[in-house]
Design a protein around this ligand. Structure first.
Ligand SMILES: Nc1ncnc2c1ncn2[C@@H]1O[C@H](COP(=O)(O)OP(=O)(O)O)[C@@H](O)[C@H]1O
Ligand SMILES: [Mg+2]
Length: 237
């Protein structure tokens, strides 16, 4: 796909206790792209996603975010505080489970993402209700996470990931705990948030069905990219 990058990684290297998890990964993600990351267990998928998202610092290499095409932010050069702030503002996360706070309601979980960025509570709750309604959860903002089905909880996670206006969404096995029809629905909603929005999605998955719905599939083996191809749903230029 042509056009300006949104996120670019160069030569990422990460070693854990002498064992390489990433051995020189370079890739560019552009607005509008949906990228599946596949590979055997232990191939470095989660490490790559965490390095790209500024959760883990690579030992070498750099990650740049092109919030402004002419003025990229070097994520890997930021101190911890600045990286946390960038994560809250520019990145959205949907993980298999565990990121939603079970004691809070659906609306509070989504509103919290905005409040952490400084939005006032009432305004955050209004925006949260709107984001939930757009994902088919109108009127459910008062339910606690435990009172929702797995698919509904993932929709809350999607709402939370997108309500801040973050342009880069990361998902790690977002459908890993769901049955196949709920998986399809969650993936449809995730991909819908990317289409025509200037956002991009990177989704780690074991599920080749999930990968097929993405525009591009990157395959890792032993910490290196061994394939980077168009998915069934998209044409890569
Ligand atoms: N926090 C960590 N501490 C030590 N080793 C880790 C850690 N995270 C990942 N690893 C190791 O790095 C390699 C890649 O792991 P990971 O990125 O989680 O792979 P995947 O997501 O593809 O299953 C594995 O050998 C794993 O054991
Ligand atoms: Mg993993």
């Amino acid at each position: 796909m042509s056009g300006a990058p949104l996120l670019a990684a160069e030569n990422l290297v990460k070693t854990y206790n002498g064992a390489p998890a990433l051995s020189g990964v370079s890739l560019t993600v552009r607005p509008g792209e949906s990228v599946a990351v596949m590979g055997a267990s232990g191939s470095g998928k989660t490490t790559l996603l965490h390095c790209l998202a500024g959760i883990v610092q690579p030992d070498a290499g750099r990650v740049r975010l092109f919030r402004d095409a002419a003025l990229p932010v070097e994520v890997t050069a930021l101190k911890d505080d600045a990286r946390s702030a960038l994560r809250r503002r520019d990145f959205g996360f949907v993980f298999q489970q565990g990121l939603l706070i079970p004691e809070l309601t659906a609306g509070e979980n989504v509103a919290l993402a905005l409040m952490l960025g400084g939005t006032e509570r009432r305004q955050a709750e209004q925006a949260a209700a709107g984001a939930l309604a757009a994902l088919g959860l109108a009127g459910m903002e008062g339910r606690r996470i435990g009172e929702l089905s797995g698919g509904q909880a993932q929709r809350v996670a999607i709402a939370r990931a997108q309500v801040t206006g973050a342009r880069m969404l990361f998902a790690d096995e977002p459908t890993g705990a769901l049955d196949s029809s709920t998986s399809a629905e969650v993936m449809r909603l995730l991909l819908q948030t990317v289409q025509g929005s200037g956002r991009a999605l990177m989704v780690v998955t074991h599920d080749s069905e999930v990968a097929r719905w993405c525009g591009r599939v990157i395959t890792l083996a032993d910490g290196v990219v061994v394939a980077d191809t168009a998915g069934a749903s998209g044409v890569r230029r």
